[in-house]
Write a protein that binds this ligand. Structure first.
Ligand code: BES
Ligand code: ZN
Length: 954
């Protein structure tokens, strides 16, 4: 300890950087009271010790705001042979208050030298005053100590030389490899920084609020190219044949959006009507798969420029397919990085669903160029302002650009997906505290993405499309190159009522009367803010209970909890203090009008103007709430669906199916009633609605199959095959028809073959044999490719052949299908082999390990295997993926959350406790435990009903 409390020595350059992570130690040496650094010597006890034992002058995770960066000059030289990089940077900073130290982020970097200079401060005019560098790895920070206090309002230039190995994982500046057609393995170097990994590539002020300009230079060999956020201005030839590319200075932006890549990729390019050059890069052999992405990116960029009425501010936009990429894509300004399957489209092997995914990814990342890049959230607690908006803008832009993709019809799924999570007690508000890098990573979840998008959609429906659009344009323009928080958004949205739309109630939704005065606007600001606070600062989703009493509708709101029923003792406590301002909508049998009302109280009464037979709330499922109809409500709607389902709009039918099954989970509706509702599906004309009904039946099937409840499994299988026979039998095995015809074909045939439906198995086997005989040359229709491979994978010869083809294939879309097929094998030794290959990371890349484990855990013959593997190899997995990262969360929830027995719950609980004891904790642990408890309860309560219902149905 004595050694760890050495007195601070100035002007002594610490020539090494210790990257060993030490726990935050508190220094309690008395001599610190005499330290000359008065900012922190007053309370030395509060400060931790740096790696060299000196006092580290900062103890918070957030950086001080005394020094702010203005401009970074970065020179990076990666060596793709020795797999490391050397670099130097000059950061121009503004000192806002006099200070004796500069704290910035740095992780796993070896600082070689740090110095300071200033044109504005005479004491620092001569170049290269060397600084003492202290490091505090627990907070990923370094402190530069200056000999004489820096003065307020002056600019200084900090120069740092540093080096590191190219990272092994998927963050920071890392290496990625790919195999050429000729079998050669090549290496590239690529960055991925969001949320907190820019600090792994260069010392920086790595918080979104510290926006600055970046001038980047990259050294490379002539066989490579270098890419960065901005276009290249020039290339200089250095001694020894190295080249140095200089890129234009960026606009003002956050560190997490900086990107650079050294690779040998080729590209296709085009130019938008506004003059932006768009290019798609991929490894040379995959060049032919880049064309769809180019077409989509050009169209979508133009759509966004028009929609936001703001030009994309950079001269170019590159999108690049990275062979090793942990998530789907990252929106770096001007240089979007994507996994190969998220960008490349191979007409031979990419299905309609693959095309939808690529289109969605591009729409999402392009939306970020405005929402996120131009206007950034102040802090990660509001990451929904980035991700919720980007997710919502997918809907807007795809409806305009690709109406034939009918993306609109799947949007409700975006909401249904998050409702599963948000109706558990362990959910969290959209705006949530996040401090540590792991907590920040955990913010990238369905609540930020999906719920964010759903409440924006609800708000748009409430305010009207035009008002909403004007509001977000106002927000984007006002906060361009700056940061924003929730309230800034609400203010921008409420100050933008079209005159003709504003109302006496203060809101400006479309079908209301007109008044406009300052007072109304003032009230409106408050009301919109208040309303939206109930959706962003409060977790969960409301349930609106509707009761007809003659011409009156009694409305009541409560918190919807899918794992707790009203009879449970904890129900009351869990309801306390929850209240939303719900913009409800409803339609009735007597007219086509959409009625609107804001339900702000626990209970309310509405009067129907006419006599009506039925009432349907939440028109088009635009609202983020679930509706329960008491009394005769559900029966009337079920009768209506059976008599003439087209009297309700397709999205309303989808909403009814969803809500009914949610209410079953919560114990508010009996399962047989919800199942009775699905009977009308035989006549359903809307494919998305049909698929929604089918999804629940399939879900129950998988649940009972996994638990080996053989009588119910058999009867449900029988019911599914019998009930959907007309649909199954009319499917052709060709890629034809509308988007939804094709989606239906994939889903229905997949189910039929899974259930061993003889004609399906026969056709798939036939196609698989032909494909094998043709040595993989035969073109199988893309929408049934996965099904054909899965059937083929059931024999050892087929499985082995598929694995061979997996290694050879140059199409990510095909590889995913093969890997899925391989994971459906019933032979444990084959599944074990897959896991081994995934862990080795050669044939099956580490990036695909999470999807592989997820798929194996879905296979009844693999569920135990996958779970045991995760338990036994947790530390190995942690070396590959960060704890809070997408892949790690997929692995942990993918291998556990489907469990439905008490023993399994206990096992998972014990495992999570042991992890917690080792210091690995995630918020989703609680969510998973709740999800398993919910499954247990569901089965206990509903299995007898399901059994009985099936007996009378088949
Ligand atoms: N900004 C994210 C990438 C990201 C994810 C960074 C998690 C840090 C943590 C990007 O815009 C994104 O959301 N990507 C999605 C794809 C998108 C289409 C939903 C992804 O990677 O899955
Ligand atoms: Zn995103």
């Amino acid at each position: 300890m004595a050694n760890s409390c050495r007195k601070l020595v100035f002007n002594i350059y610490i020539g090494f950087y210790c990257s060993a992570v030490i726990m935050p130690q508190k220094c309690i040496c008395p001599q610190f009271t005499s330290s000359p650094i008065d900012e922190f010597n007053k309370d030395a006890e509060a400060f931790p010790a740096a790696t060299n034992g000196q006092i580290f002058p900062w103890h918070e995770l957030r950086l001080p705001t005394v020094v702010i960066p203005l401009h970074y000059d970065l020179l990076i030289h990666p060596n793709l042979t020795s797999l490391d990089f050397v670099a130097s940077e000059k950061i121009e900073v503004l000192v806002r208050d006099a200070t004796q130290f500069i704290v910035l982020h740095s992780k796993d970097l070896e600082i070689i030298n740090a110095s300071l200079q200033s044109e504005e401060d005479v004491r620092y005019r001569k170049p290269g005053e060397r600084l003492t560098v202290l490091s505090y790895p627990a907070h990923q920070q370094i402190a530069l100590l200056v000999p004489e206090k820096l003065r307020a309002d002056l600019r200084y230039s900090v120069a740092i030389d540093f080096q590191a190995k190219l990272a092994d994982g998927f963050e920071g500046f890392y290496k990625s490899t790919y195999r050429t057609l000729g079998g050669e393995i090549r290496t590239i170097a690529v960055t991925d920084f969001e949320p907190t990994e820019a600090r792994m590539a260069f010392p920086c002020f790595d918080e979104p609020l510290f926006k600055a300009n970046f001038s980047i230079k990259i050294r490379r060999e002539s066989r490579h190219i270098a890419l960065s956020n901005m276009p290249k201005v020039k290339t200089i030839e250095l001694e020894g044949g190295l080249l140095e590319d200089h890129f234009e200075t960026t606009v003002k932006m956050s560190t997490y959006l900086v990107a650079y890549i050294v690779c040998d990729f080729t590209s296709v390019s085009g130019t938008t009507s506004s003059g932006v050059k768009v290019s798609i890069y991929a490894s040379p052999d995959k060049w032919s798969q880049t064309h769809y992405a180019l077409e989509a990116s050009l169209k979508l960029l133009e759509v966004y420029e028009n929609y936001f009425d703001i030009h994309y501010p950079l001269p170019k936009l590159d999108l690049i397919a990275i062979p090793d990429f942990a998530s789907g894509a990252m929106e770096n300004w001007g240089l979007i990085t994507c996994s190969e399957t998220s960008l490349l489209f191979d007409p031979r092997t990419s299905s309609m669903s693959d095309k939808l995914w690529v289109t969605k990814v591009i729409a999402h990342e392009l939306a970020h160029q405005w929402f996120g890049n131009l206007v950034t959230m102040e802090w990660w607690n509001d990451i929904w302002l980035n991700e919720g908006f980007a997710t919502y803008m997918e809907l807007i832009s795809l409806n305009i650009t690709y109406p034939e993709l009918q993306f609109d019809d799947t949007f409700s799924n975006t909401c249904f997906e998050v409702i599963k999570r948000d109706s558990l007690n362990s959910s969290h508000p959209i705006s949530n505290q996040a401090k540590t890098p792991t907590q920040i990573q955990e913010m990238f979840d369905a609540v930020s993405y999906n719920k964010g998008a759903c409440i924006l959609n609800m708000l748009k429906d409430f305010l009207s499309e035009e008002t909403f659009r004007k509001g977000i344009i106002h927000y984007l323009k006002k906060f361009s190159y700056r940061n924003a928080k929730n309230d800034d958004l609400w203010l921008s949205l409420s100050n933008n009522c079209l005159e003709s739309d504003s109302t006496s109630s203060g809101f400006c939704y479309s079908d209301s009367k007109k008044t406009s005065n300052t007072l109304a606007f003032l009230r409106e600001n408050v009301e919109l803010k208040e309303m939206m606070a109930t959706w962003t600062l409060q977790k969960g989703i409301p349930l609106v209970v509707v009761k007809r009493e003659g011409r009156s509708l009694r409305l009541q709101q409560e918190r919807f909890l899918s794992a707790v029923s009203k009879e449970d003792p904890e129900w009351g406590t869990l309801q306390e203090r929850y209240l939303w301002h719900i913009p409800v909508t409803y339609s009735t049998s007597s007219s086509n009008v959409i009625h609107r009302h804001i339900l702000k109280l626990k209970t309310d009464t509405l009067d129907l103007s006419e006599k009506t037979n039925w009432v349907k709330f939440n028109v088009d499922t635009n609202g983020y709430y679930i509706v329960h109809y008491e009394g005769q409500g559900w029966d009337k709607l079920i009768t209506l669906l059976n008599q003439n389902h087209t009297l309700l709009r397709p999205k309303d039918r989808i909403g009814l199916i969803h809500d009914a099954f949610q209410l079953v989970s919560a114990g508010r509706l009996t399962l047989d009633k919800a199942l009775d509702l699905t009977r009308y599906l035989q006549h359903e004309t809307s494919i998305p609605a049909l698929l929604k009904g089918l999804e629940y039946l399939e879900l129950f099937y998988h649940m009972v199959e996994r638990r080996n409840i053989s009588d119910v499994t058999e009867n449900l299988k029988h019911h599914l095959l019998q009930y959907f026979k007309p649909v199954i039998d009319t499917q052709s095995w060709v890629d034809e028809g509308s988007v939804w015809d094709r989606m239906l074909r994939s889903t229905v045939l997949k189910l039929a073959c899974y259930l061993n439906h003889a004609p399906c198995i026969q056709k798939a086997t036939e196609l698989f044999s032909q494909w094998m005989e043709s040595s993989g040359k035969l073109n199988i229709p893309t929408d049934v490719l996965k099904i054909v491979y899965s059937v083929g994978a059931q024999t050892t010869a087929g499985w082995n052949y598929l694995l061979e083809q997996y290694e050879l294939s140059l199409s990510g879309a095909e590889k995913n299908k093969i890997l899925y097929a391989l994971s459906t094998s019933k032979h444990q030794e084959k599944l074990i082999k897959l896991i081994e290959l995934g862990m080795e990371g050669k044939v099956i890349k580490t990036q695909d390990l999470a999807a592989l484990l997820f798929a194996i855990a879905r296979n009844p013959k693999g569920q135990q295997l996958a779970w045991n593997f995760v338990k036994e190899n947790w530390t190995h997995l942690l070396k590959k993926f960060e704890l809070g990262s997408f892949p790690m969360r997929t692995i942990i929830s993918g291998t556990t959350s489907h469990f439905s027995s008490k023993d399994e719950l206990q096992e998972v609980k014990l495992f999570f406790e042991s992890l917690k004891a080792q210091g690995s904790h995630l918020d989703i642990f609680q969510t998973i435990l709740e999800a398993i408890s919910k499954n247990i309860k569901w089965l206990e309560k509903n299995l007898p009903t399901l059994r009985k219902w099936l007996l009378i149905s088949i």
